[in-house]
Design a protein around this ligand. Structure first.
Ligand code: PMP
Length: 446
């Protein structure tokens, strides 16, 4: 049995059948924005390894931070002990987020970071003697992870977790925000009015509203207006509902601001970070709360926050995160992201002419083509292999979230693959008029 046959028969990969037919590219090493594969040669990574590898692969600065830390200790329990990389990272996170967000909980993945945020919210309302506030509200078309509580928040119809219905919590779903970074005033007002009504009816049971700010990601690659985000923030304040922002995908510059909430000039009660936190080197996440919530989270009986993963604040991961944040902040990341956005906008705008294209979304270092039918993913990936690009479309979406370090010529190849793929897709037989309207309205915006 070859190694690839072993992989095919014995290893599960994300969201795939065990005995999947496909043989997967075997990545032997990675450097810059390139994955060096055994059978498909070098491939430019259009996905940043699921949006995390913002600086590219094999960065000497990150390697060194991990190697230095490895010489001291790879891991030590965080229960009852502490260590320098965790303290340094805590300081950095407190420093780069609004002053109120100053109580940091480290965990090992994005899903867990959201779970921790949910627990904080439940404990908070118990402490405030409103234990009936224990349900969550969220937006349709969202995605917050694969654990049970976070699955509950995924879109109930289009999400990946439909088969678990019945086992999941039932959140209050607000409509998905209207597509487009720039939205007409009446569209914003209408959306906020409906959302407020829904939240108002449920304010006695809703502990927190959980959402991805500005950009909904795995739930459908949708960008929405900062005015909607600001409006939802204000509604939460008015109705005494906590606001939990999941910036696991948008954090650390992806949308063109360090954090997406900055577009709306708001501060959440609780913020979840992950993915790019370590520059995509190691699994680490953080849930950052206002410390003003802590007394109520602990309640009159001074109960601790009930969570504590084995690998909490892992020293290698926190060391990588320190180096990644330093690298990001000392770079001209804003300019790089503007350049990426400009190139994506210019390179992809011709696709508007295609009848099968419903919308083209460009926001910061992200572009998504929404087609009016499911994408033939294998075919898109084959086009990618032919052009030396790694891309992984899903549902009706062909998208890229490249490393910020991608060069103009590398990005040109990614654009070429997206363009060829979108052109190669058959238009749906019957075009829906409302979809065309979306395409016209949604001019790509930065
Ligand atoms: N929230 C968002 C917005 C995400 O995009 C993801 C991962 N795609 C998660 C949570 C879950 O993160 P993880 O895969 O690290 O558990």
């Amino acid at each position: 049995m070859t190694d690839l046959q072993f992989d095919q028969r014995h290893l599960w990969h994300p969201y795939t059948r065990l005995h999947s037919k496909a043989t997967l590219p075997l990545v032997e090493r990675a450097e810059g924005c390139t994955l060096y594969t055994r059978d498909h040669g070098p491939l430019i990574d259009a996905m940043s390894s699921w949006w995390s590898v913002i600086h590219g692969y094999n960065r000497p600065e990150l390697n060194k931070a991990i190697e230095d830390q490895l010489g001291k200790m790879a891991h030590v329990m965080f229960g009852g002990l502490t260590h320098q990389p965790a303290i340094d990272l805590g300081k950095k996170l407190v420093d780069i987020t609004p002053p109120e967000l100053d109580a940091v909980f480290f965990s090992d993945s994005g899903s867990v970071a959201v779970e921790v945020a949910l627990k904080m919210a439940v404990q908070y309302w118990q402490g405030r003697e409103k234990p009936h506030k224990r349900q969550f509200a969220t937006l349709r078309s969202g995605y917050h992870g694969d654990t049970f509580a976070t699955m509950s928040m995924s879109d109930p119809d289009d999400g990946m977790h439909k088969r678990f219905h019945g086992l999941l919590h039932e959140p209050i779903f607000l409509d998905a925000p209207p597509l487009g970074f720039e939205a007409d005033d009446h569209v914003v007002a209408d959306y906020l009015r409906k959302s407020k009504k829904n939240l108002q009816q449920n304010r006695d049971k809703v502990a927190a509203l959980v959402l991805e700010p500005i950009m909904q990601n795995a739930g459908g690659m949708r960008v929405y207006s900062p005015e909607i985000l600001a409006g939802l923030h204000d509604i939460c304040k008015e109705l005494d509902i906590l606001l939990i922002l999941d910036e696991i995908a948008t954090g650390f510059g992806r949308t063109g601001r360090l954090f997406a909430y900055e577009w709306a000039g708001i501060c959440p009660d609780i913020l979840c970070l992950g993915k790019a936190l370590t520059g995509g080197y190691l699994s680490l996440a953080a849930t950052i709360a206002k410390s003003s919530l802590a007394p109520d989270i602990e309640g009159p009986d001074h109960a601790p926050l009930m969570h504590g993963p084995t690998f909490m604040a892992n020293p290698l991961a926190t060391a990588a995160a320190n180096a990644s944040i330093e690298l990001l902040l000392s770079s001209n990341w804003q300019q790089k992201i503007k350049n990426i956005a400009r190139q994506l906008r210019e390179g992809l705008s011709s696709l508007f002419a295609l009848p099968q294209v419903e919308a083209i979304i460009v926001k910061g270092a992200m572009a998504a083509i929404h087609l009016d039918h499911p994408v033939d993913a294998a075919r898109v990936q084959q086009i990618g292999f032919e052009h030396g690009v790694w891309i992984r479309p899903f549902r009706n979406l062909i998208y890229t979230m490249p490393p910020y370090s991608i060069s103009e010529s590398e990005l040109a190849k990614v654009i070429e693959v997206i363009t060829r793929s979108a052109r190669g897709m058959r238009p749906a037989i019957a075009l829906r008029r409302d979809n065309l309207a979306i395409a016209r309205r949604d001019k790509p915006s930065t």
